[in-house]
Design a protein around this ligand. Sequence first.
Ligand SMILES: NC(=O)c1ccc[n+]([C@@H]2O[C@H](COP(=O)([O-])OP(=O)(O)OC[C@H]3O[C@@H](n4cnc5c(N)ncnc54)[C@H](OP(=O)(O)O)[C@@H]3O)[C@@H](O)[C@H]2O)c1
Length: 435
Amino acid sequence: MASVDVPVALLGYGTVGAAVHRLLEESADEIERATGHRLRVTHALVRDTAKERGFAPDASVVTDDLDGILRDDSIQVVAEVMGGVEPAGDYVLRLLRAGRPVVTANKQLVARHGAELFEAAAAGGVQLRFEASVCAAIPVIKVLRESLIVTNVHQVLGIVNGTTNFILSAMEKGRSYGDALAEAQRLGFAEADPTEDVAGLDAAAKTAILATVAFGSRVPIDWVGVEGIEHVTLDHVAAAHALGMHVKLIGRASLVGDRVDVRVGPAFVDGHHPLAAVEGAFNAVMLQGDAIREITLEGPGAGGIETASAVVADMVSIVGTTGTGFLQNDPVWRSLERLPPGDLASPFYLRLEVEDRAGVLARIAQELAAEEVSVAQLVQQPSDGHAVLHIVTHEASAGRVAGALQAIRALPEARGEASAMPVISGRGVAELGWA
Ligand SMILES: NC(=O)c1ccc[n+]([C@@H]2O[C@H](COP(=O)([O-])OP(=O)(O)OC[C@H]3O[C@@H](n4cnc5c(N)ncnc54)[C@H](OP(=O)(O)O)[C@@H]3O)[C@@H](O)[C@H]2O)c1
């Protein structure tokens, strides 16, 4: 088969951009053997053309002129690997409208401007692919869009942020939150300003994208209820351990009837659940659907070369499906409503500190009963003249649990901070031995 030369452009030549170029060069023969096409980087857009770069591109490739890329009709795919919402968003819109297919690794851009971007792709008659924007090397978007095309996926559960999973895994080994965060920063798993990761914002963007693709309905980023891991303590980790569980930051998208609930927050994950075994900086996504029951995909969720492998796969997919009539349209085909945030039901773990004296337990039970929250398991632990109560509830709505917690905090017998985390388990409370 004669080889087809495919000129491609990169927007950005940092960690991911350089790795995309490297993979395209080093795997050019494999790609050509599989597809008959040879992808060749002809332009790499950067801010500073004079900067020294790893896997240095030819000087003629490096440019700071987007218009040159827009004007060059020979370019068949553009990979946006520069990051940030602007000007990346404006550049991608202009390229799509000009009829250039685009691959992006930019979760904030896809989560915030997916509708506009897909509209521009449709106007330009080209594809927009975004595998690398969620969990880097894990091919979850492709699985949802292609492999599970006839499966009604009704829940997505994911560990979609490696930094927080690294920190929580280190806390399981006894490190404090501060120490674990410092170690993550030293090893390059966390940024100097870790807010985007530890506050759950990175996971929120990825979970919004997963929900949008899984349910075929746009999930705006502000629908995602977000709680980070800043308030997870070694006490929570120890309590989870005592229950045979692990504290994980979970992104969860649920289809309840014809309404959608999307949230990110720390949860107690049953030791038997596939997500419990995901350690360190790894990511994993569990897809639950009618025909498939459940599929879990696990792998590295960040890193230059890992992310680049997903970018290159999307570039090759575009080249392979252009002109065949198979176009990856906007994944959105319906408009579902948001489930009121308090309505999602789950078992919960509650940690309460109260005065250690007669009658207090009855008051707590009263407040829980007033919100129809029923207790599956209760362990009382004496601590410094007061008592710590570890409670696992039967399934209850998040709003009712929040209401009970508020009432309990207001009791004169309350001490310290009361907290609640959902419990994630494939097993019911009876199987867990708590009924
Ligand atoms: N790194 C990862 O592990 C990872 C994982 C998943 C997804 N991603 C996503 O991949 C994207 C790229 O990440 P990265 O780590 O490769 O970033 P990076 O190392 O900071 O590289 C960014 C590149 O974009 C260029 N750039 C930035 N703003 C520009 C502008 N206004 N005009 C022209 N060029 C501009 C920079 O040019 P200069 O070199 O001249 O500064 C640089 O080459 C982001 O969306 C990120 O979220 C990254």
